[in-house]
Design a protein around this ligand. Sequence first.
Ligand code: GLY
Length: 337
Amino acid sequence: MKVMVIGSGAREHCLVWKISRSSYVDKIYAVPGNAGISEIAECVDLGIGKDSFNDLVNFAEDKKIDLTVVGPEAPLVDGIVDFFTERGFKIFGPTRDAAMLEGSKVFTKRLLQKYKIPTPDGVVFGKEEYEDALSYVESISDESFPVVVKADGLAAGKGVVIAEDREKAIEAIRNCFVKKIFGDSGSRIIIEEFLVGFEVSILCLCDGETIIPMALAQDYKRIYEGDRGKNTGGMGSYSPVPSVTHEVYERILNEIIYPTYRAIKEEGICYKGILYGGLLISDGKPYLLEYNCRFGDPETQAILPRLEDDLVPLLLACVYGELNERSISWDNQKCVC
Ligand code: GLY
């Protein structure tokens, strides 16, 4: 088989590394890849934005690529899976409609609220409601800070602000609605309650019907030693996560992940690929903070080295809707990124 991996980071390096160990694969292309990836795959200098979808699918045709695996969220939210599928190429990931779970935090918050899936309380404001958003922040009692201000759309991991006080919350709202630092992604925001606890990530394989959770990982979010800096998309990670007890793990699946997958189906969305839940565990109870529509970065780097199975048949089972015939097994060793 020939496989193409789209993306250029450490997550994609890990994906390429794991795919390179598959007994089914004899050639891997990475677009655009990176220096590390070039040691184990052929890196091809094509763009991965919307404007490059045609070049990518032409490349897949030319090289007779059997499977494309997408690392980052932006091409998924822009509909790369729809584009490849319409041209008859196999690609791992959700369609544009399904990727809305990451592409719009407002969409996801409303879905969770509709299906009563545990998530922090949150209020949505559009940019035309700037004054209302400010009044809302003024109405929050001093003891209720910090609050979380989230930009609706993709913001490269920078769209979530934990506002320690009123001033910081107002600044975050201004940044979205007035300075427009996130462009259209910031034209709607959610102001959300801040829950105290610890975060954990769960990445699940999905084929539209069946969902199989992978090993848990935890990423550490704040930059600088001692968690002194700003929130990031994740500075490192480890797996497994011993602070999640068996009981909490069962609650994560039964109160959040499985109900969400049923809700997605009920909304008429066929979700294939990775469904990644970013969870907060507060007083032993799990809450969904966000969904992502792809492999986590840097969680992937701590999870895939523990996967004992060949990844490629699992990815193909997601694409073909045959995940119910699969199971996965994990090495008990610990992995740190
Ligand atoms: N580690 C967070 C993310 O992949 O979005």
